[in-house]
Design a protein around this ligand. Structure first.
Ligand code: GLN
Length: 196
């Protein structure tokens, strides 16, 4: 099978790091800024950044509805940090628009100011050993999740890595470490979707 084409939403955030990690993981990856580049993608990654800004930009670039349509039609999607906020059903305690791709409620900047940024050794059964070096930057956590959502890892008592069918969300930033196991996990999901 040829390499899957994975778009990385490039309205804001750490796009290049994701593109490089996906390319190391057996995919062809490129930035997505237009409906045409979205249409050329087998899957989409939404990186970290500022969720309120990106929600506005998605409207302006007319990308929100096409993304929702593609994901409803089975396109694999992975949101990291801000990307998971954008994908959530709602944002706890805030009236913030989201795309509603994952049946979770997220709390923004949930780990507090003192630990605005930290790297922890996260045990993730789906990735095996060793523990995963998870970088959290002003990260959200999962406040609650619907029954169809699988919690793949937790930190400080809250879900930080979830999967619902072909949609993945991480509170942390796997693109900022040299450990590509989450990217390989996602590329595996994309290949399974293409062959199934
Ligand atoms: N704090 C940001 C937000 O709430 C997310 C941070 C990140 O993506 N690193 O939008």
């Amino acid at each position: 099978m040829s390499e899957p084409a994975i778009g990385v939403l490039a309205l804001q955030g750490d796009v290049d790091e994701h593109v490089r990690a996906l390319e190391r993981s057996g995919a062809r990856a490129f930035p997505v800024k237009t409906r045409a580049s979205l249409a050329a993608s087998d899957a989409l990654v939404v990186p970290g950044g500022e969720s309120t800004t990106v929600i506005r930009l998605l409207d302006r670039f007319e990308l929100g509805d096409p993304i929702v349509e593609r994901v409803r039609g089975g396109m694999p999607f992975w949101g990291t940090c801000m990307g998971m906020i954008v994908a959530a059903r709602d944002v706890a305690g805030m009236d913030q628009k989201t795309l509603g791709l994952l049946d979770i409620s997220v709390r923004r900047n949930a780990f507090g100011r003192q630990i605005a940024s930290e790297e922890v050794e996260l045990h993730i059964e789906a990735l095996g050993t060793p523990a995963f070096p998870a970088v959290f930057i002003r990260a959200p956590w999962i406040e609650s999740a619907g029954p169809g959502v699988e919690i793949l890892a937790s930190h400080r008592g809250h879900g930080v890595f979830v999967r619902q069918g072909r949609v993945l969300g991480t509170s942390f930033h796997p693109e900022l470490t040299a450990d590509d196991r989450v990217h390989r996990y996602f590329v595996g999901m994309v290949n399974a979707a293409r062959s199934g």
